[in-house]
Design a binder for this molecule. Structure first.
Ligand code: FPP
Length: 279
């Protein structure tokens, strides 16, 4: 198969991209960006230096996703638990970093035709952060390429709580519970991700085999890819490697898949190839 290479990919990215089938790209990729603290500790730097370095990884990953035509990318930037359990100084640093990121990255988002949005309890974030978030969303709202979603003050369980609450309120206003028709679609339609494609691939960096309260409903049929690379070292080429692995796997949706044999049971969770990085 002759694969035409999207412009802007570097040499290593091009090498991996050649192995991909561009017709089978995941429609929605979500990333749990983990390992900033460990990256900093290895260098005897404060944790915030890891977060700062993480911004470069965000930039590279987002640009590559946009260049190859991924429709939707969701990044877990800040969980509700992060908000409650990290030192106040680290939380306020992350808030400042986010404001800075939104301002500084706008030209890159525009250049790559990226539309920015958010999931999570935005109204609980500091007002100046909310303002900057609204501004960046507005500025990019007419873009038609990659939909970049930042999960900020996000919790999957709270997302479900919010969905059930919205369903109950709607039912109360529309003839009560006896008129309520509850099925999977009804729940999906009330999630923060209602306008996004089905989740196909979840990537987690830094080797942890956990979902950490991220997109628990949406993950139902997604492939999970765990790499030992720490987030500040993650780049577009690592995203392409994850997609290559995704394409190697057989996706069965509970069925038997093509060429079924009793001996072959596909491994669903994969630790990334660069095991030498494990910490
Ligand atoms: C997890 O690493 C990372 C975070 C809680 C913050 C994520 C933030 C960034 C990647 C940078 C900024 C992003 C945007 C979108 C502006 P950790 O601190 O839990 O690492 P550890 O597990 O090694 O301690």
């Amino acid at each position: 198969m002759v694969v035409s290479i999207p412009s802007g990919l570097d040499r290593k990215e091009t090498e991996v991209y050649r192995r991909l089938d561009p017709r089978q790209l995941p429609q929605h990729i979500a990333i749990i960006m983990d390992g900033n603290g460990r990256w900093a500790r290895q260098r005897h730097l404060p944790r915030i230096a890891g977060h700062r370095a993480g911004v470069e990884a965000v930039r590279s990953t987002v640009e590559t996703a946009a260049r190859i035509g991924i429709p939707s990318l969701t990044l877990y930037a800040f969980s509700t638990e992060n908000w409650q359990r990290r030192p106040r100084t680290e939380v306020s640093f992350l808030m400042r970093l986010l404001r800075q990121y939104l301002k500084q990255e706008l030209p890159t988002l525009q250049k790559n035709n990226i539309r920015l949005d958010y999931i999570g309890r935005q109204h609980e974030l500091p007002p100046e952060v909310q303002e900057r978030m609204d501004w960046a969303r507005r500025e990019t709202s007419r873009n038609t390429g990659l939909r970049l979603t930042l999960a900020l003050n996000y919790s999957a369980r709270l997302e479900l709580v919010d969905a059930f609450q919205a369903i109950a309120t709607a039912a109360a206003q529309n003839g009560g519970l006896s008129h309520l028709r509850l099925d999977e679609h009804a729940i999906s339609r009330h999630l923060y991700t209602r306008d996004l494609p089905e989740l196909d691939l979840v990537i987690r960096t830094s080797g942890e085999m956990r979902l950490s309260n991220f997109l628990l409903w949406q993950v139902a049929y997604a492939e999970i890819y765990v790499t030992n690379t720490l987030w500040p070292e993650f780049r577009g080429v690592h995203l392409l490697e994850a997609i290559a692995e995704y394409q190697r796997r057989e996706r069965r949706y509970g069925g038997l898949g093509a060429g079924h044999s009793d001996e072959h049971i596909p491994v669903r969770v994969h630790a990334g190839s660069n095991g030498s990085h494990h910490r």
